[in-house]
Design a protein. Structure first.
Length: 170
């Protein structure tokens, strides 16, 4: 499952109308930290940013074209700006540039775009996190997903210590 469209579980989790994503590959990382946008991601991106520069970013900037486009970053909603362009006139490929501090997922992560309240959002998760989102698992803005530890923690602070394995006798 390297390319995906949001299913009902992901739309429920992200409170989104639609979304799509794909895996960050070694090739993405090796090509100057940029992603090649897949078909479903592309359709969604073009809905919000329909006019994108063609050719190198430097040449587009010289021509006075916009090269940086705004997204809401999951989970905070902070606005981030990322460079996007068609590398050549065929428009066969569409590239989104990763920017340290703005949006910089790791190789192997799943990156995604989704739309919520007529805005485009961007984010990334590891596989386990994406599966947790599909199950609508609890998400904490500070700590991310609780992969089962929360129940034991809550029981302990409420006076119900979790069971420990029996001590071995020597």
């Amino acid at each position: 499952m390297d390319d995906f469209i949001f299913d009902a579980g992901l739309n429920r989790f992200f409170k989104s109308d639609s979304g799509a994503g794909s895996r960050i590959t070694e090739k993405d990382e090796a090509t100057k930290r940029q992603l090649t946008v897949a078909k479903h991601e592309r359709d969604l991106l073009l809905k919000y940013h329909p006019i994108l520069p063609i050719g190198s970013l430097a040449e587009a900037e010289k021509r006075g074209e916009q090269t940086s486009f705004s997204f809401r970053k999951f989970p905070t909603g902070y606005a981030v700006r990322l460079n996007i362009h068609y590398p050549d006139a065929t428009k066969d490929a569409l590239q989104l540039h990763l920017t340290q501090g703005e949006f910089s997922p790791r190789v192997g992560d799943m990156w995604f775009l989704f739309e919520r309240q007529n805005q485009i959002w961007i984010g990334s998760f590891e596989d386990a996190e994406l599966n947790a989102a599909r199950r609508n698992a609890p998400f904490d803005m500070q700590n991310g997903f609780d992969h089962g530890a929360e129940e034991a923690y809550q029981a302990a602070i409420n006076g119900h210590a979790p069971d420990l394995p029996a001590a071995k006798t020597i």
